[in-house]
Each structure stands twice: as structure tokens, then as C-alpha cells.
Design a protein around this ligand. Sequence first.
Ligand code: F6R
Length: 365
Amino acid sequence: DKGNHRHFMLKEIYEQPEVVARTTAHYLDMANGKVRLPADLPFDWAKLPRISIAACGTAYLAGLTAKYWFERFARIQVDIDIASEFRYRETPMVPGGLMIVVSQSGETADTLASLRYAKENGQHVLAVVNVPTSTIARESHIVMPTLGGPEIGVASTKAFTCQLAVLASLAIAAGKGRGFIDEADEDRLVRAMMEAPRYINEALKLEGHIAQIAKSLSKAPNVLYLGRGTSYPIALEGALKLKELSYIHAEGYAAGELKHGPIALVDEAMPVVVIAPYDRIYEKTVSNMQEVAARGGQIILVTDEKGAEHAGIDSIATIVLPDLPSTITPLVYAVPVQLIAYHTAVEMGTDVDQPRNLAKSVTVE
Ligand code: F6R
């Protein structure tokens, strides 16, 4: 049932404040500002040699975001891999490490094969999964569920933000377990996480403005997405969503990579979506944005109030989110990139809930 919405995808985008709130409440003790994981862990964070993450598509991008969080909060090395690459690379694994697999369906063949390889190689396997009865959930040692509810739209939306909520909670737990996060930090981070649903709700209010921007995007043959830090995976997610829904060719790049090749593509016909919250690397992204502007690129800036104030550049459009705690920016900035892809696809008349050539669950490799 799509409710009042035209597509399942839009309904699921709008469910995010609720499902992210439900998911965070499952992992965080909100009253006391503490992380409270729903399952006991068979390992000690402080003794963990390494974390590996494997997943596909959007779930992989949730994993890539988590790498930044685990490294920052818990000072632990993280290997992140596309599951179809990981499974055949025969990578050496230090026994006693943690393998995290991320999957909405819990049935993705390459992710399942990665899980089995990690088990055979002495890893603790933790699944962040939306379908609790799935094969990946059954075969993992530890299951950390996303409480997104059934996702019908082929393009993943609410499962992604719920995956981010679980992975951020795990990274805070890891930071605490390894002694890099004290009680005051934990309290601050947990309270930031609790704010995510409210900010997601604020982001949804920008839908009308984003629908207008999508009109011009729908005429572009190519679109570039740029971001740094945790905004880099969001740039990749924006490009993935746009290409799968609207069939417009889109690429996501780490903003700093621009001058190493993709800037050659930039001309007056090239829209460039820049994901740049006002964080500690904002200035770096802005200088990349100026390089794009100098070559006539059409900038669509996704930022916050402070970022909009300091951008000092002519963008064709600016999507302004509220200022928010940096930890939760990926959960909130996911929403405008989903809406950009959704409205561009609607504008083009493609089948949003069932894009051509795609399947919801990829059980063959
Ligand atoms: C993109 C999308 C896919 C899936 C990928 C993994 O919008 O939905 O990229 O994220 O096929 O699927 P799961 O999460 O079921 O393993």
C-alpha cells in the first residue's frame, strides 16, 4: 500500500524519520545517553585486530560511511570491500577479527559468499540486515537488525539510513570499548543520533524545492557528484540513485580526486552536485567547487546554513539543510540525494519503483 504517495519509493523516503527513530531506539539508551547494543558480542572491542566490511551497492556505501566512523571514534583499521571483489580475492584475514556484512535483503549472493569466506577464516561475523529470517542473518554469529520494515521500491532508501544508524551506534560502542570515547563523548554522540529523525524530517520539507531543481537535471546527459569525508559515500549514493532511477549517467567522486581526471568533463552543460556540510573539511570541498565554477560547471550545492553563508560562489541552486551535528550528516544528507534522483526520474517518466534491468534481491552473482 503506497498510502497517499505516488510511488513506494516516495513512501519509503517519508518513512525515514520513523524507522530511523525506531532503529536508533533499539541501539541507544536514550534516557541515559548510552549505547546499548541489542545482542551480546562474543569478542572484546579492545582486542579486535581489525574490522572488515563487505556488501554490495547501496549497502556497500553504508559500509564505506562506517569506515570513517570506526576509524574516527574507535581508532581501528577498517577494510571495506565490494562483496563481489572480496569473495574472490582470497584476502588474508587475521583470526579473531570482525567481519561486518551489510544487506537489506539478507540474500545477496556475493555478500553471503563473503560472509562464508570470513567465517572459514576465523572471523566473528556480524550482519547488519533488514530481513531477520534471511540466509545472511541465519549464517552470521551476530545479527544487528535494521528496523526499516519491508522495503518495496527497488532502489534502497530507508534501509540505507537505518543501516547508517546501526553502524554509527556500533562505531560509538567500539570507541567506548577501546577507550577512545569517554562518557561525556558517548552522551554527546548518542544525543546527536537521537536528533537524526528530526533533521531528516526537516530535510523532507525541501522536497518542493528539490522537485524544481530536478527539472533542469532531467535535461542533463551527465551529472557529477562530489563530496569529502563521510559526504564522499553520500556523493556515490547520489550518483548511484540517479543512474538507476533516471538512467542519466552520473558519477560520484571524492572531491579531491576532481583534478586527477574528472575535471576534464566539466563544462557549461555539466551539473555538479556538491555535498558539503559545514564541517572540518568544508573549506577543502569549497576550493574544489571553485575549480568547477571556474570552468562553467553548474553547481548544485547541498549544504547547511553556515555552509551556504561561506560558499562565496554562484550556484544554480542551493539546498540548505539546518546546521546539525557532524556525526549524523550522512543520515540527513542521504535524503536530498534520494529526492533529487526520485524527482529527476519522475520528470523523465521512468518506472521509479521498478527501474529497468534491476531486481530487488540479487541472489545470483
Ligand atoms: C541501490 C540498491 C542496490 C542494493 C544492493 C544490495 O538502490 O538498492 O544497490 O543496495 O543490490 O542489496 P542488499 O542490501 O539486499 O544486499
